[in-house]
Design a binder for this molecule. Structure first.
Ligand SMILES: [Zn+2]
Length: 406
């Protein structure tokens, strides 16, 4: 059988139980000098045979039983083995198998790759671990013009997601949302000056970190995070109303809550009829719904910043006292984030891409249950073709992996 590994000669092939190819082989070259002291005086010191897994052939797993001569140096008394440039001693595999794992394990599950090639899941994890380190070194943290900051719930924790809003790519996934972590992550961008805008949620550590690292960048609060607070107000009111309703009504309203949260323009005739029966019977629901709709209206408009600020104040004044309390959180948030919230009307930037980015991240997390955050992060950052990893670096990275003797 042809192994096609230049540094190895096959001596014997066994066909065993139909599943595996055990291949006996020896290295082709003899050493010219001691690998430790470069001395030329050394003598044979027996042989050692180790199993090195190789890429499958015809769907069968291939194990190379490589018999290597051992030598002992007269100069430094160190022992060393016959060199073999196609072998990765660290992973007990051929270099091309390591490369195969590197090219497959981030797109598939570790166990499926392990089963296919006949190594343990731990070996795959180990190969991927060192691969991730190499990718990390080569990864270009390209600065976007518009940086999106958001979060995703992953491995029982809120994680930070950086996106390039203009190009719709995920730039980084960071383990926590703490201010110092955000600052460190921002400093990894190649050219901070390129970042002109940052869209984010109303989360103070984000603003503090961005102000510290990018004092000139314009912060825009993502519209979605602003308007959703109006829906939260509706929900609070709806829950309060339950006491005045019959059991059946409570049940029905729970089912119909989506009508309250939906925009009027998105309702069909029957839904609108259903909604109006609720709002006619319950003035509170009527007031909540209309306050919510008018609030959304501001964010859907083409108003200038000044007009939007005025319209917002008018809207605030028009809220009936009976429902005022439900909008208190919204009012408080807009007060605390006034500049950043109304920056939206100057720049009309939104974080729309984040939702699909987050879905992408979550689907990867679902495929790879039990993976560490580092592996999930690598799967997100290094497997999407859109991400900027220099193809050349991949190859040279693999070449560098040819290991000597320890
Ligand atoms: Zn030596």
């Amino acid at each position: 059988m042809l192994l096609n590994l230049p540094s190895i000669t096959v001596t014997r092939v066994e066909e065993q139980n139909g599943n595996d190819y055990p291949i006996y082989a020896v290295p082709n070259t003899e050493p010219q000098f001691c690998l430790e002291c470069l001395g030329t005086a050394f003598y044979g010191h027996g042989t050692k045979t180790h199993l090195y897994m190789d890429t499958p052939i015809h769907g069968r797993r291939v194990g190379v039983l490589l018999e290597r001569k051992r030598y002992k140096c007269r100069g430094c008394s160190k022992t060393f083995s016959q060199d073999c440039s196609d072998i990765n001693d660290n992973h007990r595999a051929t270099n091309r198998l390591v490369e195969y794992v590197e090219n497959n394990a981030l797109d598939r599950t570790f166990t499926s790759v392990a089963d296919e090639i006949g190594v343990t899941e731990g070996t795959v994890r180990k190969i991927v671990g060192s691969y991730i380190e190499k990718l990390e070194e080569k990864y270009q943290f390209e600065s976007p013009e518009i940086l999106g900051i958001d979060e995703v719930h992953l491995n029982r924790k809120m994680r930070l997601v950086f996106t390039n809003i203009g190009e719709n790519t995920i730039l980084d996934l960071i383990s926590s949302r703490k201010k110092q972590t955000v600052i460190n992550a921002l400093y990894r961008f190649k050219s901070l000056k390129k970042i002109k805008y940052v869209t984010m949620d109303m989360w103070r550590p984000y603003r503090d970190a961005v102000s510290a690292v990018l004092p000139l960048a314009v912060i825009v609060i993502d519209k979605f995070h602003v308007v959703k607070m109006a829906n939260e107000a509706v929900e609070k009111g709806r829950k309060d109303l339950r006491g005045q309703m019959t059991k059946d009504e409570v049940k029905q309203l729970k089912k119909d809550r989506f009508l309250m949260l939906r925009r009027r323009r998105d309702l069909d005739a029957s839904q609108e009829f259903l909604l109006s029966s609720w709002t006619e019977n319950y003035p509170l629901l009527h007031d909540l719904y209309h306050a919510k709709e008018r609030f959304y209206g501001i964010w859907d408009s083409n108003l200038t910043r000044k007009q939007a600020e005025t319209t917002y104040l008018d809207w605030k004044d028009s809220i009936p006292t009976s429902i005022r309390g439900y909008f208190a959180d919204l009012e408080k948030a807009i007060e605390n984030w006034h500049t950043e919230v109304f920056n939206y009307f100057d720049h009309k930037l939104t974080n729309d891409y984040t939702e699909s980015a987050n879905n992408h991240i979550k689907s990867i997390a679902r495929q790879g249950r039990g993976y560490s955050f580092e592996v999930l992060r690598a799967k997100v950052l290094f497997t999407n073709a859109k991400h900027k990893i220099k193809k050349k670096s991949f190859k040279s990275g693999i070449q560098e992996d040819v290991l000597g003797y320890g």
